[in-house]
Design a protein around this ligand. Structure first.
Ligand code: UT7
Length: 325
């Protein structure tokens, strides 16, 4: 009998400070940077985002999301034997945010490491955890996407600073005879490093290079639309399913226009797409688990339904996971 990994519980957390587009536009205007609610909504679908307080790091957001996911799964942290955190905004250069989270949760002994695939990080982490559970290397995994992207934003660059927010989402995956994750498909193409990056690094006690986010939005947009369709189709083919088997598309929440275009290509009506970008902005690796948890808790996503999770982002990286919830 095939051994699957199955979602036992989901959780998420958003820091309390919420800025609407109007709030952000007013803050930016004070710095001489001009934007508007109208432009942001029309080009991206974003209406608000959350920013963490300066002393709050990704591990703290991850902790709250993880506690909620564990509670939903009816498990204690001590029962987890694998912790993977997808993040591009770790608390420290090292150790991993996963190890910091592990200690905060009160778990000792589980394998713990970070995955760095930017906005595709959560589908990468979920695929790794699934493979480890299928192989018998792990029984119960905590898979988290957690980000404080506000720390990387250049608030004088209106083409990027209006797009991103902070938050965390988590799932508990456990071994099961019942499906479960059915298939996944991951890719990267490093020749596109320059279109979305934070080029700075730590060296000799200093940050060298620019530690703020740079993006060629139109290049990212074009690539994203193509690869999201390809990844969904490849994943469906591996699972022996078709477009019609998707109950919910839960894509990376970067821009409503990218999501609409992906849904059109997959012949899915928009009411089968989980949308949280309007309230969260782009939270990078946290966006898919945040959207998943919000859809589970609102009652949109029900047990037995088939979900297509899809990520795309810096690297360039992309991928999809198709699962029975
Ligand atoms: O998580 C990783 C994945 N990231 C993404 O998926 C992002 C993908 N890209 C996008 O979502 C879009 O390309 C953006 C939302 C970033 C930009 O939308 P766009 O429709 O491609 O706009 P644009 O860059 O072509 O800019 C159009 C105009 C420009 O003015 P001119 O040159 O036409 O006079 C910009 O200067 O809009 C201007 N603009 C703004 N105006 C007001 C750019 N940003 C702003 C702003 N407020 N915040």
């Amino acid at each position: 009998m095939r051994r699957y990994s199955r979602i036992a519980g989901t959780g998420s957390y958003l820091p309390p400070r919420r800025l609407t587009n109007a709030d952000l536009a007013a803050e930016l205007a004070a710095k001489g940077v001009e934007t508007s609610d109208e432009w942001i909504v029309e080009r991206t679908g974003i209406r608000a985002r959350h920013f963490a307080a300066p002393e709050v790091g990704s591990s703290e957001l991850a902790l709250k999301a993880s506690q909620r996911a564990l509670e939903a799964a009816g498990l204690e942290a001590s029962q987890i034997d694998l912790i993977i955190v997808a993040t591009s905004t770790p608390d420290m250069v090292f150790p991993s945010t996963a190890c910091i989270l592990q200690h905060k949760l009160g778990n000792a002994g589980a394998a713990a490491f970070d995955v760095q695939a930017v906005c595709s990080g959560f589908v990468y982490a979920l695929t790794v955890a699934d493979a480890m559970i299928q192989s018998g290397a792990a029984q119960r995994a905590l898979v988290v996407g957690a980000e404080v992207f506000s720390r990387l934003l250049d608030f004088t660059d209106r083409t990027t600073c209006v797009l991103f927010g902070d938050g965390a989402g988590a799932v508990v995956l456990e071994a099961s005879d019942e499906p479960g994750i059915l298939a996944s498909d991951l890719h990267a193409d490093g020749k596109h490093v320059g279109i979305l990056c934070v080029p700075g690094h730590v060296s000799g006690g200093q940050v060298l290079g620019d530690p703020l986010l740079k993006m060629d939005g139109q290049a990212v947009f074009k690539l994203a639309v193509g690869v999201l369709e390809d990844a969904a189709r490849a994943t469906l083919a591996k699972a022996g399913k078709t477009d019609a088997d998707i109950d919910w598309l839960i894509p990376h929440q970067a821009n409503i226009r990218i999501m609409q275009s992906t849904a059109r290509k997959l012949k899915l009506p928009l009411d089968k797409v989980v949308v949280t970008v309007d309230q969260h902005g782009n939270t990078s690796a946290a966006s898919i688990p945040l959207a998943l948890d919000s859809a589970v808790r609102s009652g949109q996503v029900k047990r037995g339904q088939h979900l297509m999770l899809e990520g795309v982002g810096g690297g360039f990286t992309w991928g999809a996971v198709f699962l029975r919830y």
